[in-house]
Design a protein around this ligand. Structure first.
Ligand code: SF4
Length: 512
């Protein structure tokens, strides 16, 4: 097996064996390097939802394809559940966890209801720190603004750290259309960029991929050995391939986790230090900031920093919590404050608190639907429970199926560090979408028929009795056919010998 030792940093090579990997002078065996014996034919990666313009995304169809790839589904489910369990352990170590959640929720609600004042305060303080501040009404204005800053500096290449806002704005395709090279510096995001896919998770963008998928992408794009899916080898190869691009870039871009109004500064939390490279290597730093990222004072930051990484990855803190106060010596710093539908969402009585989201991904890690269907099955920038309530605010018709991809078990709301009532908003969206006729005709007809039946007790009991007889006696092919979507993945329940109603009548009802 060719491990292409040239791709490895010299310090990682064992002196006696160029194919071995060492850490701190100790040779790692395959288990430690998270490698298993390679299979000759890895399971192909299931792709995401099929997107056809504004037509409603069929999440169930894409989810079925993900479920049909058992290795991917198992890995995804287990990996995210592991994050959820780590989050629980961290939470139990902090006695005041629930107070922190309540405080974070209150700070966000206060800020959002005074957002005009805090944005103006932030802008004034950022300007006095020497930062250029721009405003963007929507994604198109954001992209044009960044392009014009780059043009003013003659910049042709841009390194950037992960930012869901730039995904929301379709930033990379726009930059490609105007001839500017964008290089993602977050490893997961870079994998997704090289594979021409969107991130599937707000924190771990390539979490839906097996190591063999990554090996295939790197072999195709940066020339690694397709048969070697060792994680150290792959990470090192990517580092070696990306570092020269970082050093040569004309400009750097970051997102923002929190923007502090009283200081005009902003904070970016990462685990790879890539935001610091993006911000500090080139002289020009541009930060894209959604207007909901504002918090009033520096003292509030501690509340969110304590919650963010624990909720996201079950770790006490991110490896890097970088504060940006102004341009580096001889450099220039620009901030683009982006609305892109946020003001409108703020006016939605039932959905405005979704703006409290700090993008930790905890609701995704706990969601049984998300864990088994993968983030790309949602066909939208935001997936999982938070996506179900944000995506329809961008396009009700296109994302009209998404709020139905939930069991409404409430686990998402229970883990949310800023106490968003996610499952209640999902339920509210279902009602709104039905009222706006954004659900398929067949679903509307079925619900109407069910409503009629459930409002007539005698007809309901007769229907249940008939269904029980049918389930007990009809041939299997009559019950499990293409018309029975429920039966595609489940067995219908065995009909009981006696219904609760007839038992109640016999045992507790009025004696005749
Ligand atoms: S909705 Fe809550 S749990 Fe989900 S990503 Fe946002 S902050 Fe995290």
């Amino acid at each position: 097996m060719n491990t292409s030792p040239a791709m490895l940093h010299p310090e990682l090579l064992a002196a006696d064996d160029p194919h071995a990997i060492v850490r701190e002078g100790r040779r790692l065996d395959h288990a430690e390097a998270a490698s298993k014996p390679l299979r000759s034919r890895p399971e192909p990666q299931p792709r995401g939802a099929k997107v056809h313009g504004n037509r409603p995304i069929d999440q169930a169809e894409a989810a079925a394809r993900f479920i049909a790839a058992p290795e991917h589904e198992k890995m995804h489910d287990e990996r995210l559940w592991d994050l959820r369990q780590k989050r629980d352990r961290e939470m139990h170590d902090i006695a005041e966890w629930e107070e922190l959640r309540s405080l974070a929720s209150a700070i966000k609600e206060h800020t959002l209801t005074h957002i005009d004042e805090y944005l103006e305060q932030f802008e004034a303080n950022a300007r006095s720190n020497g930062i250029h501040v721009h405003w963007a009404r929507d994604a198109a204005e954001h992209n044009r603004t960044v392009h014009s800053i780059l043009n003013d500096h003659g910049a042709k290449s841009l390194i950037k750290s992960k930012s869901m806002l730039t995904e929301e704005c379709g930033f990379r395709p726009y930059m490609a259309s105007v001839g500017i090279d964008v290089i993602e510096t977050d490893l997961g995001e870079r994998i997704q960029q090289l594979d021409n896919e969107d991130p599937s998770h707000v924190v771990v963008p390539a979490v839906h991929k097996l190591r063999t998928d990554v090996a295939e992408v790197f072999a195709r794009t940066i020339g690694t050995d397709p048969a070697n899916s060792d994680v150290h080898y792959l990470a090192e190869a990517q580092r070696e391939a990306t570092r020269p691009l970082i050093l040569a870039a004309d400009a750097g871009m970051t997102g923002c986790n929190f923007a502090v109004a009283e200081t005009g500064t902003f904070v970016v939390c990462t685990n790879e230090g890539n935001a610091d490279l993006s911000a500090n290597v080139p002289k020009l730093h541009i930060a894209s900031i959604g207007i909901e990222k504002i918090i009033p004072r520096l003292e509030h930051l501690a509340v969110f920093v304590r919650l963010l990484s624990r909720s996201a990855l079950g770790s006490p803190v991110t490896q890097y919590t970088s504060h940006f106060r102004g341009p580096r010596d001889g450099g220039e710093m620009h901030i683009v404050l982006v609305d892109n539908g946020r003001s409108e969402r703020l006016g939605l009585e039932e959905f405005w608190t979704s703006l409290k989201c700090i993008r930790c991904g905890a609701c995704m890690n706990t969601c049984p639907v998300y864990r088994r269907s993968g983030g790309l099955s949602y066909g939208a920038t935001y997936s999982g429970p938070i996506g179900l309530i944000i995506d329809p605010t961008f396009n009700q018709s296109k994302y009209s199926n998404l709020p139905f991809s939930s069991t409404l078990n409430g686990s998402c709301s229970n883990v949310c560090p800023v106490k968003i009532n996610i499952h209640e908003q999902i339920y509210a969206w279902r009602r709104v979408l039905v009222e706006h006729h954004e659900t398929p005709f067949a679903k509307r007809a079925e619900m109407k028929a069910a409503g009629e039946l459930l409002s007539r007790p005698a007809a309901y009991r007769a229907a249940i009795a008939a269904a029980n007889v049918a389930l007990a006696h009809l041939p299997r092919w009559v019950i499990y056919n293409g018309l029975n979507a429920w039966g595609r993945h489940r067995e219908a329940p065995q009909p009981p010998k006696q219904t609760f109603h007839s038992w109640y009548q016999a045992n507790r009802g009025e004696k005749k």
